[in-house]
Design a protein. Structure first.
Length: 109
């Protein structure tokens, strides 16, 4: 169970780091750039703890899928980026895929 907390921490750090990309202005702004790097490094540290108990395929699929979903939704609210209906369908499919990957994974014997 703690591995899923580490995975959640990795996702949160990765999403925050990604949302800081526009503020870093191609790494020309010091503080956003420093925080961006710190959050990305933290995400990988959390990932390293998550893969101790959760298979890498599950960790990576969840990290990517949930990260894409959250960045897309938060970019809509924070930056006013549009999400066309095809994007919404894709985001729903990502959520379904992550749910399937996590809900029906086979434990190694």
């Amino acid at each position: 169970m703690t591995s899923y907390l580490f995975l959640a921490g990795a996702i949160i750090c990765e999403v925050i780091g990604t949302l800081l990309l526009p503020y870093s202005k191609n790494f020309t702004k010091l503080y956003p750039s420093v925080f961006l790097v710190v959050f990305y490094i933290s995400a990988f540290v959390f990932l390293s703890f998550a893969v101790k108990e959760i298979p890498l395929t599950i960790v990576y699929a969840t990290w990517c899928g949930v990260g894409i979903f959250l960045v897309s939704i938060l970019s809509y609210f924070l930056f006013g980026e549009s999400v066309p209906w095809q994007g919404i369908v894709g985001l729903v499919l990502i959520v379904v895929g992550v749910t399937l990957v996590n809900g029906f994974r086979v434990e190694p014997s």
